[in-house]
Design a protein around this ligand. Structure first.
Ligand SMILES: Cc1cc2nc3c(=O)[nH]c(=O)nc-3n(C[C@H](O)[C@H](O)[C@H](O)COP(=O)(O)O)c2cc1C
Length: 373
């Protein structure tokens, strides 16, 4: 094989690796975070090789612009967009990384990362299509195929990835490892109770739900557990605070995550107050309210709890878990519903980080108990 042919083959292999890694990265729900981060680094290393191999492009891009054919200009624009997109994707990848770059928390927005990954895949498909177009005999067919594949790529990122994430992501953890650890002296927070709302206990789950545990559920040592439920258990283990569950007394939520999202949205729109079992918090001055963010605020059963208790003179600490929205508008909403209470935003924990949140909770509870080392 001569040198030029070898170079061409190497270039083709790198391109195949790039497309394959991009597609595999979209299957995050099946492979989990660590392989995703490692593959991400491999992707950018391969991308760098690709850019070095094609470095001649940088010299040619602005040369003889006026004489360039429109398809060449379009292809160059796509490459420029790809380079920009790649830079932002790398930055957002580092920002959301929890394994390889745990300290780089400057851009913790998984949704933005997914959108940038989607546009990268779509532009990469268009880039492949535009290179083929230049040499293709059947130009119209090439354009049509490139557009179909580009729409397919966008659909994978925008619809298939969230769908897989919600329905197929299996999180299996060791309950003891996640929840049990160093404790604070229990008497320090004896005036504090944790009140928790979570899907588990408030949902009519189908028999096989543990096979598709979804975004908000995990198997903790084989037992189905919700994110907020696990956080409340950690608070109990660290500080000894009793955990009181907000439990629906009427109709429960549907088994499917998507149907629960719809039901939660409907309840928010109609400002429903689902009926709940009584929760007695009279003897506590401080309440740690642990809840998942639903449609950017508290789930409506939490509103039922807040309206059915007297909070005068009490402090409510908000511990939220969410899929990207921080606290949303929960601070303002809880303030409105829990008249007389001081309401404080304490911690908002991204759903995937819940199993590893004990240390964060410990540090916060230690500051709450006024204890210093
Ligand atoms: C009905 C519903 C609405 C949701 N809305 C939001 C939202 O607006 N913003 C967000 O970041 N996450 C949202 N999520 C994701 C949950 O907050 C997240 O998965 C949380 O960790 C679930 O906790 P749980 O297992 O205790 O239910 C929503 C989930 C459900 C079921």
């Amino acid at each position: 094989m001569n040198k030029a042919k070898k170079k061409k083959t190497a270039g083709l292999i790198v391109e195949i690796i790039l497309y394959a890694v991009m597609l595999v990265q979209m299957l995050y729900a099946f492979f989990g975070n660590i392989p995703h981060e490692i593959l991400g680094v491999i992707f950018f290393a391969a991308l760098l090789c690709h850019v070095v191999m094609k470095r001649w492009w940088f010299k040619s891009v602005f040369r003889n612009l006026s004489k360039k054919a429109p398809e060449r200009i379009a292809a160059d624009v796509i490459i420029l967009l790809l380079i920009l997109n790649g830079a932002f994707l790398a930055a957002s990848g580092i920002g959301v990384s929890r394994f390889l770059f745990p300290k780089a928390v400057f851009l913790q927005n998984p949704e933005l990362h997914r959108v940038l990954a989607t546009s990268m895949l779509t532009l990469a498909v268009l880039h492949g299509g535009s290179s083929m177009y230049i040499h293709a005999k059947k130009k119209k067919l090439t354009v049509l195929l490139a557009l179909i594949f580009a729409v397919g790529a966008a659909a994978i990122g925008l619809f298939l990835v969230p769908y897989l994430d919600r329905h197929f992501k299996k999180v299996s953890i060791d309950y003891e490892e996640a929840v049990v650890g160093v404790r604070l002296p229990y008497e320090e927070l004896s005036d504090t109770a944790a009140v928790c709302f979570t899907r588990v206990g408030n949902t009519d789950f189908e028999e096989n739900v543990d096979a598709v545990s979804g975004a908000s559920l995990m198997l903790a040592s084989g037992k189905l557990t919700g994110n907020a439920g696990l956080l409340a258990d950690m608070i109990h283990d660290i500080a000894g605070c009793p955990v009181k569950q907000i439990t629906l007394s009427g109709q429960k939520y549907p088994s499917s995550y998507a149907d629960t999202v719809t039901a939660g949205g409907r309840e928010l729109r109609t400002q429903a107050r689902p009926e709940i079992e009584p929760v007695d918090i009279a003897s506590y001055d401080r309440i740690i309210l642990v809840y998942p963010l639903w449609w950017g605020t508290i789930p409506m059963p939490v509103a039922s709890f807040l309206e059915s208790n007297d909070f005068s003179g009490k402090t409510i600490y908000l511990v939220a878990t969410q899929g990207s929205s921080g606290f949303g508008s929960s601070l303002q909403d809880v303030k409105k519903l829990a008249g007389g209470a001081e309401v404080v935003e304490a911690l908002s924990i991204y759903c995937d980080d819940v199993p590893k949140a004990r240390e964060t909770l410990y540090e916060w509870l230690r500051s709450l108990s006024g204890k210093t080392p």
